[in-house]
Design a protein around this ligand. Structure first.
Ligand SMILES: Nc1ncnc2c1ncn2[C@@H]1O[C@H](COP(=O)(O)OP(=O)(O)O)[C@@H](O)[C@H]1O
Ligand SMILES: [Mg+2]
Length: 574
């Protein structure tokens, strides 16, 4: 993660330098104070008081200036670091494959992108400023203390081991808890994410109280863990203060006795020593704080790295494609099981071929593996056995971008974004003209309903497409895919919310306007797919029958059964 700081090395260097200046000014002050007391006040030398006083003020101003500069440079480095890291992390999250996002929840990804990055960023800023400040403060303080009197330095040396002991003890106890705190935060974000996104379902099932309880539990868990950590750390300060005060008592006692006996120590020395002791201890306390931020940030950095370093599962093929686009899709003995599902086969020995311009329809009960099957074509997942071929070449051999540009897929769950309808469709092709968009919408049977909305193509779609009906969302998603003008068009149950008549018009328009496009269409109703060139019946992950509507009616019992049950429904409806 340090590589993100490289770009800002200059600021990382400047900030501590200015910090040394600030601390040096801080360290000189008590010494000058001692001078004023011993040589000015006690000897009533007004001139000395004024001149040293003026010098003190100048030094304070210089110190302040150094402090400001240090703050500015540390901020430039810290913010830049955080910004770059967040950007990279986001782009990595965008490129995660389905199988990776299945593993890390959305809530957790959000926490990592926000909270965890902030933690690491804080650590960087704190280190740049604090590390130097407190090291110099600590060492300089001891040196200055020694200058006042070696005796004082001796007293400090007795107290410091105890301070060190406290720091180590508390941090050791607290550090494992930091990771747990972040985990609890994940928990909250997960509940939040699911419920904010699914607010409508929550309302529909009157589950508010239940979900609130779930949130409360997650919140409670976070709160109690945080409290645990903070209580632990709260003990650290007072414990150290006790040591400090004992040291101060020691300094006053030893100093007082020495002054009384007419030794080398002056009252000013005692005064300065007390200030130096406080500075030394402050240095240590801050150092402890830095270590605390450090351990906390370490937990965050690990979580960020888990995303950044998770090796890409689905990677570009060797590239340099010299194949001709034939628009042909072929499955050769393909089998598949989800990575997390202990080898349970979702697809088994699936083989078929769709030629350019052909339409293959896939029908089958829910859970039979239809979505899984089409997800293998753009490599949302990789087949675990057999080969998926496009243009006669294994899909794994294409560069991902090139592969996915050849395919327009309408996912089962239509995803729209909160922007105008036109922009939603334009996703398919950035540089499309309004006419092209309209044409795509016409094919998707979306044009007329879009025109009937108040602002037509400029109508805003609300987040997640909630302002549209299911069928409208599906048609906009289809328009987006059609606009892409890809070689292969895949509909994953994308017309389920359309009435039969609109659906028939849509397929008719597709046949007419996109004759060269290979189409793979998953559908539920035989009525909507009987015109397809071929129909595959998927049962439990295998193709149990493949042929035209007429062939299947003759040969496939399952197909006949589906047909009969749908005819009965249709008959009852009409
Ligand atoms: N991301 C996933 N991780 C694990 N199992 C999954 C995942 N998606 C689907 N499955 C399982 O794979 C099987 C087939 O699912 P799917 O292809 O969505 O069926 P269909 O689209 O035909 O309804 C189901 O048993 C489902 O539980
Ligand atoms: Mg499905």
């Amino acid at each position: 993660m340090l590589k993100y700081l490289k770009k800002y090395w200059f600021y990382c260097l400047l900030a501590p330098l200015f910090m040394v200046g600030e601390v040096a000014m801080d360290l000189i002050q008590p010494d000058m104070m001692a001078d004023i007391v011993d040589n000015g006040v006690l000897k009533s030398d007004m001139e000395l008081i004024v001149s040293v006083g003026i010098r003190m003020i100048l030094f304070v101003m210089l110190g302040g200036f150094c402090g400001v500069m240090c703050g500015v440079f540390a901020n430039i480095a810290g913010q830049g670091f955080g910004n770059d890291l967040r950007k990279d992390l986001f782009s990595r999250i965008m490129s995660l494959s389905f199988q990776q996002t299945d593993k890390i929840s959305t809530g957790s990804l959000v926490t990592r992108l926000t909270n965890d990055v902030t933690q690491v960023q804080n650590m960087v800023m704190m280190s740049i400023r604090g590390f130097v400040r407190n090291t110099v403060m600590f060492l300089g303080g001891i040196l200055m203390l020694y200058r006042q009197s070696p005796l004082f330095a001796g007293i400090a040396a007795c107290g410091l081991p105890f301070v060190a002991l406290f720091v180590v003890f508390f941090l050791k106890k607290a550090s494992p808890l930091f990771a747990v705190v972040q985990e609890k935060l994940d928990g909250i974000n997960n509940v939040m994410q699911e419920n904010v996104a699914g607010a409508r379902v929550v309302k529909a099932y009157v589950r508010e109280a239940h979900e609130l309880k779930k949130f409360d539990d997650a919140n409670e868990a976070l709160c109690s863990k945080n409290l645990h950590v903070q209580t632990l750390l709260a003990f650290m300060g007072p414990c150290m203060n006790i040591v400090l005060n004992l040291c101060i008592v020691g300094v006053i006692l030893a100093g007082g006795l020495n002054v009384k006996a007419g030794g080398a120590i002056t009252p000013g020395n005692v005064m300065a020593a007390i200030t130096y002791l406080a500075q030394i201890l402050n240095g240590v306390l801050f150092m402890a704080n830095i270590f605390q931020t450090f351990t906390r940030a370490k937990a965050s950095a690990d979580r960020i790295n888990e995303v950044l370093k998770d090796p890409a599962v689905i990677t570009d093929g060797p590239g340099a494609m010299d194949t001709v686009s034939t628009g042909e899709v072929e499955f050769k003995n393909v089998s598949f099981s989800y990575p997390e599902s202990s080898g349970e086969r979702v697809l088994q020995d699936v083989s078929f071929r769709v030629k350019k311009g052909e339409t293959l329809a896939i029908i089958g009960s829910t859970g039979s593996g239809k979505s899984t099957l089409v997800n293998l074509i753009p490599r949302f997942y990789d087949a675990t056995g057999g080969e998926v071929l496009l243009d006669g070449k294994n899909v794994k051999d294409f560069p991902l971008k090139e592969l996915r540009e050849k395919i327009a897929i309408v996912l089962q769950k239509a995803e729209l974004y909160s922007r105008p309808i036109e922009a939603n469709i334009r996703w398919g092709k950035d540089d499309a003209s309004h006419e092209e968009i309209e044409k795509a919408a016409k094919i998707a049977q979306a044009d007329s309903f879009i025109r009937s909305t108040r602002s037509g193509y400029d109508t805003m779609v609300s987040e997640g497409g909630h302002s549209l009906s299911g069928g409208q969302k599906q048609r906009i998603s289809i328009a987006r895919a059609v606009l892409k003008n890809a070689e292969i068009l895949i509909f994953d149950d994308s017309t389920s919310a359309l009435d039969l008549k609109t659906e028939a018009m849509l397929y008719e328009a597709l046949r007419r306007e996109c004759p060269g496009v290979t189409k793979i269409i998953i559908a539920q109703r035989i009525a909507s797919i009987q015109g397809a060139d071929r129909i595959a019946v998927l049962e439990g992950g295998s193709i149990s029958a493949l042929g035209t509507h007429e062939e299947l009616l003759k040969n496939s019992e399952i197909y006949q059964a589906i047909y009969r049950s749908q005819m009965k429904e249709g008959g009852a409806a009409s």
